[in-house]
Structures are given as C-alpha cells and as structure tokens.
Write a protein that binds this ligand. Structure first.
Ligand SMILES: [Zn+2]
Length: 322
C-alpha cells in the first residue's frame, strides 16, 4: 500500500490548468508524465513487513520469526527508473527456462521504504560479515539506480542465486516457515510449557487454600511435631494434604517431589507447604475477612461487638474481637 503525495485529483487539476493556457498536450501523456514525477517524489510504505525497515546487519530471532511468518511482501506495480533511464523489469522475478516455463524467484523482494531489491532469506539468515555480503543481503539492499543500471542485476542475481551462502539461507528460510506453520517452534513449545506450569501451580495453591480454610473454619491446629511428608506426626495441614493427594494426581505428584527433596536434603525452590506459607495464607484470609466485616459495618446503621480475653501459656493476655 502506498501513500503517494501527489494525488490523482491534484494531477488532474494541474493538467486542466496547464492545458487551458498551453498547448494541446494530450491529457493521457501529461498524466503519465505527472504520474512519473509523483512516483519519484516519494513512496511511503505503510507495510510493517517491508524488509528494508530492518536496520541491523544481523537480524534478531524475533525479527526473523516475524518476517518469515508473514513472508515477502507483494511486488509493487511500478519501480523507479535507473540512470539511463530504464525501468526495473519484472522479468527479473522469474527464471525463463528453455522450455518456456517460468520459475518464480520467490526469494526476491522489493522494499518500498528503501527503494531497493533484497534477497529475502539472505537478508534474514546470513551470518556473513558486511564485506563478504552481496548488496542483496545488506541493510541498504540493491538500490542506487543513479550509479547502477538495473541491467547489471541480471548478472548479479544469477551469480547470487548459485552461491552456496544463498542456498543455505534459502533452506533455513523454508525450514523455519514449515516449523512455524506446524506450530512446533521452540518459542511455541516454551510458551506451551509455561502455560502448563502456571496452571499446575494454580491448582496446587487452590488446594493449599482450601485446606487452610477448612482448618481455620473449625479452629483446628495446623502444625504437628514434624514438617516431613509421610510422617504421621506432621500435623493436620500436611496430613490433610496427604489425604487429598491419595485421590488427586496433581497434589500427589507435588507431594512426592517435596518428599524426595526432604529425603535427599536438597532444598526445593518453592513448594508452598512450609509454616511461613501457611501463615501468609492465613494472613491473606484474615485480611479478606476483615475487609468483608468492615464493608458490612459501613452499610449498617447499628452494630455490636463482643470482646473476650484470656491469658496464653506464656501468661500474655490475648484479646479476641467478635
Ligand atoms: Zn540470497
């Protein structure tokens, strides 16, 4: 898609103005002339997949994936003229076989931004230094029609096409394209793994929260004398988790991993069963319950409170507010 600064309406207007005073230059001829000027003024690309937009010599993995996923953009209908001036010929985009068959050079792509020709796979995949590269795989592409003649391209393209570097890049391009189509890229697999891992932890935390709410509602003690999985003295929290684990594969697998780490004395990065985590969960539940109570109090005109107090085993007074 182009945004041509000189629009057709402007062109038409100019023709009418000039034709009124000057000679009967035919409208069609004048239109062509002005259209050529318009093409030379500037063609501004709005295509994000124009390969000329890549400034770096070596493309990043993200850039390669993005451009390969989209593929080369369609060729424009009109090209800039060279110094002769000769128009760029579309025949370069095909190889003419002796049996008159035409094989497309599907790897050639035109950049509207740079007004230059590129080799799509070499521009993306080439690992060669700048000095060893063909102009077709440089960030600037093959352009400069004032110094170069499009005619020279026939020779250059044939030479580039038969180079081993080009063949390697072409194969890499097609292989990645196929992988992307099958959704089997490393990124896709990684994303899939991350999603599965997130969901697994979500399920484990949901079970932890349920057990904490169950014990909290009944005012039962959480901890025992041991923190080891499989120990009958490990208290109500771990005991109930083990019981659920008998019927729940997610929790069973998790508890087995924790048990193995405890037996081998290798610290797990996180298992969400420790005393600290239990306290954190209780605190979260407390905050939530407090918020609900305060919210209810705000909505009521009248409310009452029950206060009770008792000394604990250390003879420190503990107050309870109902
Ligand atoms: Zn190439």
């Amino acid at each position: 898609m182009y945004f041509v600064r000189l629009h057709y309406a402007d062109v038409k207007e100019n023709v009418i103005d000039e034709n009124e005073n000057i000679l009967p230059k035919t409208s069609t001829a004048r239109l062509e002339e002005l259209q050529d000027k318009a093409d030379d003024v500037q063609l501004v690309s709005s295509n994000n997949y124009d390969i000329g937009l890549i400034k770096e010599l070596f493309c990043t993995a993200e850039q390669i994936e993005k451009f390969v996923h989209h593929g080369p953009i369609a060729h424009p209908t009109k090209f800039r003229k060279d110094a002769l001036p000769k128009s760029f010929t579309h025949t370069l985009f095909h190889i003419a076989m002796p049996n008159v068959e035409k094989i497309p050079r599907d790897w050639l792509t035109w950049s509207e931004t740079k007004n230059a020709l590129y080799c799509f796979p070499c521009r993306l995949f080439s690992k060669m230094p700048e000095t060893h590269r063909s102009a077709l795989s440089l960030p600037t592409g093959y352009s400069k029609p004032k110094d170069n003649k499009w005619k020279k391209l026939y020779e250059k393209i044939s030479h580039h096409q038969s180079s081993s570097g080009h063949k390697i890049c072409y194969v890499e391009w097609r292989r990645l394209e196929e992988n992307l189509r099958d959704n089997t890229t490393i990124n896709f697999l990684l994303n899939d793994n991350i999603k599965t891992e997130v969901e697994r932890w979500r399920q484990i935390l949901r079970r932890v929260l349920d057990v904490i709410l169950f014990l909290g509602e009944r005012g039962l003690a959480f901890r025992g004398d041991s923190h080891l999985i499989g120990d009958p003295k490990n208290g109500n929290f771990l005991g109930i988790m083990e019981l659920i684990g008998h019927y729940d594969s997610i929790l069973h697998d998790h508890l087995e991993k924790v048990k193995a780490s405890q037996q081998s004395h290798k610290r797990m990065q996180a298992h969400y069963l420790s005393n600290d985590i239990q306290n954190e969960f209780i605190q979260c539940c407390t905050d939530k319950v407090t918020d609900v109570i305060l919210d209810e109090r705000e909505k009521c005109k009248h409310f009452s409170m029950i206060v009770d107090a008792t000394p604990d085993t250390a003879h420190i007074q503990q107050n309870v507010l109902f």
